[in-house]
Unconditional design. Sequence first.
Length: 147
Amino acid sequence: MENNAHFNQKIFIVDDDMMTAALYEQSLLNLGYTDVSTFRDAPSALNQLTQEPNIILLDQNMEEMSGLLALKKIKRFDPNAYVVFVSGQDDIATAVTSLKHGAFDYIVKGDGDIDSIEQVLQKIKNVQEMLQRNKGGLVRRVLSILV
């Protein structure tokens, strides 16, 4: 059976459209994720970063604070958080800017966005596993030098 450790990820969904946030939350729960929190604005999510979310699904256009500004604050707080924009903006410049500022990926809302989120979560899982394997390799190399 596949390793289900990735289902232990703490995921934040930040979207001012609560219907969209609820849809994404239910989709994640259906996939087996159990620790999912939704926020209707970026300041509310930023105030909860001490919960140490692993993954943040972030809308770009929100009234109180833009997704890009929220991304910068999230990355300042935790550079290792995986921030994925899920936005109604189908704009290459916006996507490129968010990736330059540390977003892991950029998904355009619409047909297939749930499947795209699932694919990005799988990519994150793969990256985490690769980093974990390489971390162990680094420890072995350091120990071999010391012994």
